[in-house]
Design a binder for this molecule. Structure first.
Ligand code: ARG
Length: 327
């Protein structure tokens, strides 16, 4: 006997289909070949901040899975009408603090500077010995209440120290990154419902960490450091020191994740997988929304097949959508 859920409260199966379709519809994601493997963690009954936090920790454990990363979405209660609903203030469940020093330089992730200051304002105490990779606590808001802060239990967080297969000095840079990206500030919208807290995660593509998180000037900005250690002359741009440093940085990230037994995909493989996805979808007669500027990897673009074509831009629903930041 099947139990009919009350109207407006989809069954777990319907909700799972909704989330899978939202992933498949996401124009920015190159990893959509795997859309049908998304696991739903149904947390719609979580009502207190404590329960929401517990479900977030459960998500981390489930998706990390000792390195055999599983794609997952945790769905919390939908918002009624234009109510704010449950909000996780963090952009991702795992992010590193950014601290501004007196001389204007930044320790940690500059992308998290403002949020780190916000958290400190809310009472978070950074470690006495501040570092470049201090995990931020979660800030969880339940309608009608102030946000509550929760430090993450270290046994729920897997991190990978970065070394290089040939350059032995690389490990000495002291770089590391977390194994799983979990986007926690987007809303899942579809079937007339809006879920303002629906953290979702997949596995990493190497360039996300190496080229962007480490390489961007506005992030950890390690290219000059890597180039110097490689003995490259940084005076002339045409010597391509940035490009050479990028290759070694990307090599190091892919190597380190593999060594640690943590799932990650290189941009060539991800690109080929996306082309397979395009074929699959064509067979099903479904258009594939795509945003070229997001799909083309941030290094060696033209060496990846996704570079050599354009994509449909309409954004169908259901969808994961940006929402005004909670703080
Ligand atoms: N680029 C983001 C980061 O570096 C993660 C975005 C989602 N990525 C993914 N592979 N699902 O943390």
């Amino acid at each position: 006997m099947s139990v009919t859920p009350p109207p407006g409260r989809p069954s777990a199966e319907t909700l799972s289909d909704l989330a899978k379709t939202a992933w498949r519809n996401n124009a920015r994601c190159i990893g959509r070949l795997h859309w049908n493997t998304l696991e739903l963690l149904d947390a719609r009954t979580a009502t207190s901040a404590d329960e929401v936090f517990e479900a977030c920790v459960a998500h981390l454990r489930f998706s990390t899975n000792g390195g055999r990363v599983r794609s997952a979405v945790t769905v919390f209660a939908p918002a009624e009408g234009d109510e704010r609903g449950i909000r996780i203030w963090n952009r991702q469940l795992l992010r590193y603090a950014g601290y501004r020093a007196r001389d204007g330089s930044v320790l940690g992730d500059p992308d998290q500077l403002e949020f780190t200051e916000k958290l400190i304002g809310l009472g978070w105490q950074p470690p006495a010995d501040r570092g470049a990779f201090d995990l931020l606590p979660l800030a969880i808001e339940i309608p009608g209440d102030r946000p509550r802060l929760y430090p993450l239990p270290s046994d729920a967080v897997l991190e990978v120290p970065i070394s290089h297969p040939e350059l032995s000095w690389f490990a000495g840079l002291g770089l590391k990154w977390h194994a799983v990206p979990v986007i926690s500030d987007m809303a899942l919208v579809g079937d007339g419902l809006r879920f303002p807290a629906a953290p979702f995660s997949g596995h990493y593509m190497g360039t996300e960490i190496a080229s962007r998180n480490f390489g961007d000037e506005s992030r950890y900005n390690v290219l000059p450091l890597v180039a110097d250690r490689m003995g490259l002359d940084r005076r002339a741009r045409r010597m391509l020191w940035k490009d050479r440093a990028l290759v070694e940085l990307n090599t190091a990230v892919l190597h380190s994740f593999r060594e640690a037994g943590v799932a990650i995909v290189d941009h060539h493989t991800a690109s080929a997988q996306f082309v397979q996805h395009l074929k699959n979808e064509e067979t099903c007669g479904r258009p594939v929304p795509g945003d070229w500027s997001w799909l083309v990897p941030p290094m060696s673009g033209s060496a990846c097949p996704v570079f050599h074509r354009y994509y449909d831009s309409p954004q169908p629903g259901p969808a994961f959508v940006d929402q005004p930041r909670a703080w």
